[in-house]
Write a protein that binds this ligand. Structure first.
Ligand code: GDP
Length: 193
C-alpha cells in the first residue's frame, strides 16, 4: 500500500491537547535514538521531521496523519537529554503523562531502543509505566544496520526478556530500510484494532 504521512498539528502545552476520534499510535524514545530519521523514512522524505543536530531540542508533540489508513502517528518529545533543566524535564513529563492518560484513541506506543546500546534505565521506566497504564508497547530497535547480523538475534532475545513482551522487538534501520514494511504492518494492525 502506498501511504503518505502529513504533519497536521503541533502541541506544546497540556491545554492544547484535544481528544481525537481517529486512532493514534505514539512514538517515544530517548533523544538521539533515531526517531526523526524513522519518521522521515516512513514518510519517504528526507526532512519531514527535523533530524536533530542538537539532541533534545524538540519539545513538542507532533501529530502526523497517515493516509489512506486514517490514523495518527504522534511523535512525542525525546526524553533523557542530560543537559536540560529539572523544571523543563518535569514540564514535559507532565505533558506526556497528560497525553498518555485519558486518551482512549491511543492504541499503542512504539518505544524506540538504540540497537547499539545496552538497555537503558529510562527505557525500562517508560515501558513499565506503559504496562501499568495497560497501553501496548511496540518495541523497535533502531540503527539495526549497526550490529553484525549474528548479533541481531541475540539482541532481540535479550530485549524481549527484559521487556517481558510476547513479541521480539522489530529490527529497524532508517539508513537501509530494514524493517520498514514490517513496522507499517504492525502499526496498521494496532491502529485498526
Ligand atoms: P532523534 O533525536 O531521536 O530524532 O534522532 P535522529 O533521527 O536525529 O538521529 C540521531 C542520529 O542517529 C543521527 O546522527 C542519525 O543520522 C543517526 N541515525 C538515525 N537512524 C539511523 C539508522 O537507522 N542507522 C544509522 N547508522 N544511524 C542512524
Amino acid at each position: 500500500m502506498n501511504r503518505t504521512i502529513e504533519l497536521v498539528k503541533t502541541i506544546y502545552e497540556i491545554k492544547q491537547l484535544e481528544s481525537l476520534d481517529e486512532p493514534q499510535i505514539a512514538l517515544a524514545g530517548r533523544s538521539n535514538v533515531g526517531k526523526s530519521s524513522l519518521v522521515n523514512r516512513l514518510a519517504g522524505r528526507k526532512s519531514l521531521a527535523k533530524i536533530s543536530s542538537k539532541p533534545g531540542k524538540t519539545r513538542s508533540l507532533n501529530y502526523y496523519r497517515v493516509n489512506p489508513d486514517g490514523f495518527y502517528l504522534v511523535d512525542l518529545p525525546g526524553y533523557g537529554y542530560a543537559r536540560c533543566s529539572q523544571s523543563e524535564r518535569e514540564k514535559w513529563g507532565k505533558l506526556i503523562e497528560a497525553y498518555m492518560t485519558a486518551n482512549p484513541g491511543l492504541k499503542a506506543v512504539v518505544v524506540l531502543l538504540d540497537a547499539r546500546l545496552t538497555p537503558q534505565k529510562l527505557d525500562l521506566e517508560l515501558t513499565s509505566y506503559l504496562r501499568g497504564l495497560g497501553i501496548p508497547v511496540i518495541p523497535v530497535l533502531t540503527k539495526s544496520d549497526k550490529p553484525k547480523q549474528r548479533e541481531r538475534a541475540a539482541l532481540q532475545n535479550q530485549w524481549k526478556d527484559i521487556l517481558q513482551q510476547p513479541r521480539l522487538p522489530l529490527l529497524f534501520s532508517s539508513k537501509t530500510g530494514m524493517g520498514e514494511d514490517k513496522l507499517w504492518n504492525v502499526l496498521a494492525e494496532y491502529a485498526i484494532n
